[in-house]
Write a protein that binds this ligand. Structure first.
Ligand SMILES: [Ca+2]
Ligand SMILES: [Ca+2]
Length: 87
């Protein structure tokens, strides 16, 4: 029984890590393919993001995330979710 629980927990932890670290591409997130990501589009890929974080990654302040901004957003969000799973 103990072993079964541990195995399930390990499988769950692994599954969550794999899912949250899923490799989103800019094209995946840009659902309307206009070349920029709105808060709504980013939320689809990263439901945990809030307006403050979004603003942090919107380096040029135009209220949308472009491909360059998305690269650092993705790196940061993936790093965060990985470290959260590890602890
Ligand atoms: Ca878009
Ligand atoms: Ca921007």
């Amino acid at each position: 029984m103990k072993l079964a629980i541990a195995t399930t927990a390990a499988a769950l932890a692994f599954g969550v890590t794999a899912a949250s670290a899923a490799s989103w591409t800019f094209e995946d997130v840009d659902t309307n393919s206009d070349g920029t990501l709105t808060m709504q589009e980013v939320e689809t890929a990263y439901p945990g993001i809030d307006q403050v974080q979004f603003g942090t990654f919107d380096a040029n302040g135009d209220q949308v995330i472009d491909e360059g901004e998305f690269a650092s957003l993705k790196q940061n969000m993936d790093a965060n979710s990985t470290s959260k799973d590890d602890t």
